[in-house]
Design a protein around this ligand. Structure first.
Ligand SMILES: Cc1cc2nc3c(=O)[nH]c(=O)nc-3n(C[C@H](O)[C@H](O)[C@H](O)COP(=O)(O)O)c2cc1C
Length: 189
C-alpha cells in the first residue's frame, strides 16, 4: 500500500467518527502539571479535514483539562492493523466554549456515555478498596448538572504523519500546516 493522499487520511479520520474503525480510539498525550508526559485513550468524536481539527469530549474535572489549560500542546497516535499504518498528529487543544458546537457534541452522545458525567468525584480521586468513596473526608461528593461537567475539546493540528508498514520499503509522509495550506514531505521511516 502506498501513502494515501492527504484527503484520504482525513476521510479515514472522519469515517472513524461515524462507523467502526481502528481510529475510533486514539492515544492522546499531554504535558502533566509537572511537565511529565501523560497518555490516555480517547474516543474521536469529530474530525474536520478542511479546518484540520479533531474533537474529543471529557469531564471538565479530569486532570487533562488542567494540563491543557497550563500547556495546550498535545500529540495523538492511532494504529490500523489491517493497513498496518500509523497515524501520528500534534497540535494545540482548547476547551470548546461555543454553545452551539458544545450542544451538538452533547446531543450526539449516547445515553450510556452521558452517565459517565454522573460520577460524584472527579476522575482520579483516590477511593477506598471497596470503591465506595474517598477515605479522605476532604473529598466530598459533588452535585451538579451533568452538562456542566461536559467538556468538549478541540485540537487544531499543526502536524500529521502517516507511516505505512505494509509497503516495501516502509513509507513515511509528514504534513505540516503552513500559511498557504498543508505542506507534505517524505521522511525516512
Ligand atoms: C476505550 C477507551 C476510551 C476512552 N475514551 C475517553 C474519552 O473519550 N474521553 C475521556 O475523557 N476519557 C476517555 N477514556 C478514559 C481515559 O483514557 C482516562 O483514563 C481518563 O479520561 C482520565 O484521564 P486523565 O486523568 O488523563 O484526565 C477512555 C478509555 C478507554 C479505555
Amino acid at each position: 500500500m502506498s501513502i494515501p493522499a492527504f484527503a484520504d487520511i482525513w476521510s479515514h479520520l472522519e469515517r472513524a467518527t461515524r462507523e467502526r474503525s481502528p481510529f475510533n480510539f486514539l492515544s492522546l498525550a499531554s504535558l502533566g502539571l509537572d511537565g511529565s508526559p501523560q497518555l490516555r485513550t480517547i474516543v474521536l468524536r469529530a474530525a474536520d479535514g478542511k479546518a484540520g481539527t479533531l474533537h474529543f469530549v471529557t469531564d471538565f474535572r479530569s486532570p487533562k483539562i488542567a494540563e491543557i489549560g497550563r500547556d495546550p500542546r498535545v500529540a495523538l497516535t492511532g494504529y490500523d492493523p489491517v493497513r498496518n499504518g500509523q497515524i501520528r498528529m500534534s497540535g494545540v487543544a482548547r476547551l470548546v466554549e461555543d454553545e452551539i458546537v458544545r450542544k451538538a457534541l452533547w446531543d450526539r452522545l449516547r445515553g450510556g456515555t452521558r452517565t459517565l458525567f454522573e460520577a460524584p468525584y472527579p476522575p482520579g480521586t483516590p477511593l477506598t478498596e471497596d470503591g465506595a468513596g474517598p477515605a479522605d473526608p476532604a473529598f466530598r461528593p459533588e452535585e451538579g448538572d451533568l452538562y456542566d461537567r461536559f467538556a468538549p475539546v478541540e485540537i487544531t493540528l499543526s502536524h500529521l504523519e502517516w507511516l505505512d508498514l505494509a509497503a516495501t520499503p516502509h513509507l513515511r509522509c509528514r504534513y505540516g500546516r503552513t500559511a498557504a495550506g498543508w505542506a507534505s514531505s517524505r521522511l525516512s521511516p
